[in-house]
Design a protein around this ligand. Structure first.
Ligand code: ZN
Length: 234
């Protein structure tokens, strides 16, 4: 590991340590390390959704994909009591599968393994086979298609936590679409610090206090284990 990377990881761990209200924001980049296709590529799922096409088969069933060390590093932050909230653009269910508590997660684009109630917005696993929610509302796909409104509650919580945080960490998102791009803006406007881990450029790079272009799996787990040392847990 280069000295420069080591120093940035150390600085990142210190920001995590000092943060009082830590919020994470994740995009497809965190899941490509689990073998999932990039949703923004020419034939990516999100690109297809914008054209009104169904998701392309990903070669194996959705539930065959497993969370990777990047996902688990975020779970560790939750488990040591550091994570206030996680906002994700991903629909792949890997955050929940990795052990993130549902009440700490907003899924802005829905979740491919879940159905959502049209009335109360509660989500239910597809595997239950249910078509009607306990409240009597009908259950439909929770996945958000292009042009459809985003889930109101998830969106509201995302803005609220972005406003409240003192450190926003963006992982694997190019922050080009709204509302994704709104979150760092909200955070910065309220004097939060911003850390970005993304292999490609983002419009917020110049505002980032620390910037990583490296692979997520080479940065996040190391920063979290360094944090645990600072917290006296390791
Ligand atoms: Zn309902």
């Amino acid at each position: 590991m280069g000295k420069d990377l080591e120093e940035r990881i150390e600085a990142f761990a210190k920001l995590l340590y000092r943060s009082r209200y830590l919020v994470f924001f994740t995009g497809a980049g965190i899941s490509t390390e689990s073998g999932l296709p990039d949703f923004r590529g020419p034939d990516g799922m999100w690109t297809r959704q914008e054209k009104g096409l169904p998701p392309k088969p990903v070669g194996k069933p959705w539930d065959a994909f497993k969370p990777n060390p990047g996902h688990f590093a975020i779970v560790e932050l939750q488990n040591v009591g550091k994570l206030e909230f996680l906002i994700s653009q991903n629909v792949d269910n890997l955050h929940l599968k990795s052990g993130i508590k549902p009440e700490l997660l907003a899924e802005l684009h829905g979740n491919i393994t879940k159905l959502r109630c049209a009335w109360c917005e509660k989500t239910v696993d597809r595997s239950t086979g249910k078509t009607i929610c306990d409240c009597g509302g009908s259950l439909g796909p929770s996945l958000v298609n292009f042009g459809q409104p985003l889930p109101e509650k998830d969106l509201f919580l995302s803005y609220e936590h972005s406003r409240k945080c003192d450190l926003l960490v963006v992982v694997g998102s190019s922050l080009v679409v709204t509302p994704a791009a709104d979150m760092p803006e909200e955070a910065l406007r309220h004097s939060a610090k911003l850390v970005i881990l993304n292999q490609g450029k983002t419009p917020f790079d110049r505002y980032a206090h620390i910037r990583f272009f490296e692979k997520i799996g080479d940065v996040l787990p190391k920063a979290v284990s360094r944090l645990k040392i600072l917290m006296g847990l390791e």
